[in-house]
Design a protein around this ligand. Structure first.
Ligand code: QUE
Length: 371
């Protein structure tokens, strides 16, 4: 069975909906290079096909839209070409499949952000990391009462990539930085509040929604996007009873005060040293305190660097930083500990922020040769 299933749903007057199903449910539909290539090729074909009115993207199974990128394959690709304690040189990373993965992933994500037809994304269940980056570019983003979102990369020695340099920076009061450095989970109400979701729709209404979309005459109005907004709004109105409240809104004044510091050191102390009564805040704190301090610093610097960047500039900067992360040891060590050996005890390179030499950070943000 193919890792991505493409189909076309017939609507009135020979119009169609192009349907994409990420089909690796056992791996929570995490994206690998093959899936990314298939997705990009099909989206190009559908963009040129006048019969296709819009695209619908969903994940197979009932657990996840997409839990991220297939970082385990990247781990094997990176460690296949070195001793695990050694930093790869620029030539080695250019010729490593991990570089190709990030290049193609960001090219696809940017293409989705700029796609000419509406894309409806059904973000049910886990929408993490690379899955959230893929979701974030869709024009009509739906989340459900079962959606769990996060940018958890600081737990694997990486940083929030896949366009997060853009979408986390859109959020007010450093809330995006908070989510990026802690990896905190957030729900459908949070996602709507933060602009990552457009519609909260009850999970059980999925089939009725798809059936309704097939009944519509997409030739009547020339703006399909407006028509989609109206239908999705109706489904949202019928779903309010089952929706959770926003954790971010509930705790916004506390989070905002934690994030007031104008250095990463003061923000770090504020999050690490506060005694939280609330379970959601203390879970975010625990994640933060076990994350890589190098990743936390890279996240802070990358968001600062990209403040005034366009989406395309964000992806370009992320590509360089991700290559650097593949060269350095922290990312491979994080994946090893969380997803390969699963001992959940990564041996991070640094104990505290002040141990990280400025030269190293300068290296991470310097341009990789021949890219
Ligand atoms: C932090 C992360 C990721 C993670 C776990 C973390 C991540 C990611 C995956 C993942 C999930 C399911 C899979 C898979 C990878 O897990 O980015 O191959 O099947 O993609 O603690 O950032």
């Amino acid at each position: 069975m193919s890792e991505v299933i493409f189909s076309e749903l017939a609507c009135k007057h020979d119009r169609k909906i192009g349907v994409i199903e990420l089909n690796k449910p056992k791996a929570l539909n995490a994206l690998n290079l093959n899936m990314i290539t298939l997705l990009h090729e099909q989206l190009i074909l559908w963009a040129k096909n006048d019969k296709i009115s819009f695209i619908l993207i969903q994940g197979a199974g009932d657990k996840a839209f997409c839990a991220g990128g297939d970082v385990v394959s990247l781990y094997h690709a990176i460690n296949g070409s070195r001793d695990t304690t050694e930093v790869l040189d620029d030539d080695a990373i250019i010729n490593n499949p991990s570089g190709e993965f990030f290049t193609q992933e960001y090219t696809l994500d940017l293409y989705i952000h700029q796609y000419k037809k509406p894309i409806v994304a059904w973000g049910d269940g886990y929408v993490f990391g690379g899955g959230l980056g893929f979701f974030a570019g869709a024009s009509h983003r739906i989340t459900t009462e079962k959606t769990i979102m996060a940018m958890p990369e600081t737990a694997i020695g990486l940083y929030p990539d896949v366009g997060a340099s853009w979408f986390l920076n859109q959020m007010p009061n450093n809330l995006g930085l908070f989510l990026g450095i802690t990896g905190a989970f957030f729900n459908t109400a949070d996602a709507k509040y933060l602009g990552l979701s457009n519609f909260s729709i009850e999970s059980a209404k999925k089939q009725t929604l798809v059936d309704d979309l097939c009944e519509i005459d997409w030739t009547v109005q020339n703006d399909i996007s407006v028509q989609l907004n109206a239908i999705l709004k109706n489904f949202e109105s019928a779903s309010v009873d089952v929706m959770p409240v926003s954790k971010i809104q509930e705790h916004e004044s506390i989070i905002t005060s934690l994030m007031l510091g104008n250095t990463i050191d003061s923000i770090y102390s504020a999050i690490a040293d506060t005694n939280f009564e609330d379970k959601w805040l203390s879970t975010a704190q625990q994640k933060f305190c076990s994350a890589s301090v190098l990743s936390i610093l890279l996240t802070y610097k990358q968001l600062e660097l990209s403040k005034d960047f366009s989406i395309a500039e964000c992806f370009k900067a992320e590509k360089n930083l991700s290559y650097r992360c593949c060269q350095y040891t922290e990312f491979a060590e994080g994946v090893r500990a969380q997803l390969v050996d699963k001992d959940k005890t990564p041996k991070w390179a640094f104990d505290k922020l002040s141990d990280i030499e400025p030269d190293l950070i300068q290296w991470f943000f310097s341009k990789v040769n021949n890219t």
